[in-house]
Design a protein around this ligand. Sequence first.
Ligand code: IDP
Ligand code: MG
Length: 158
Amino acid sequence: MAMERTLVLFKPDAVHRGLMGRILGRFEEKGLKVVGLKMRVFERALLEQHYAVHKERPFYANLVSYMGSGPVVALALEGKGAIEVVRKLMGKTNSAQAEPGTIRGDFGMSFSNNLVHGSDSPEAAAKELALFFGGAGELVEWTPADLAWVYSVKEELA
Ligand code: IDP
Ligand code: MG
């Protein structure tokens, strides 16, 4: 598993419902490293670019307006196989069907208001990280003090 970076968004429903801390805690507890963090009401043009892959889908217009309707937290996370790990922690897109133990499975009931976004491939992660954290110095290089306990140094960090 390669060290990867991925983009996570806490959608406006997560912020309004006071779930920012608990959702962030899921990722932190797992051992993912936060390398970027910001809160904004993002502009429509950026959200349209972010969701361009869904432009032809029936839910696209609602999705873009919902994502622009309130505060969103953008996170850049790093870890071994982080893209897939994050997707597993999120659970299925339709929160009502998401497994208990996942973020959507534990905190949500909705298909559209499903709390979180996570990049679904290395290509998407690269594009989305550039969109949300493309400016100089927006990502933080650091070594967590517990890194050598989160991973096996000999097997996984060599
Ligand atoms: P994902 O967020 O699990 O990757 P995608 O298929 O990429 O799911 O869809 C992007 C977002 O669009 C979803 O997270 C959800 O908010 C919304 N969405 C997707 N499919 C539907 C649908 O069938 N009904 C309503 N909203 C949907
Ligand atoms: Mg997606």
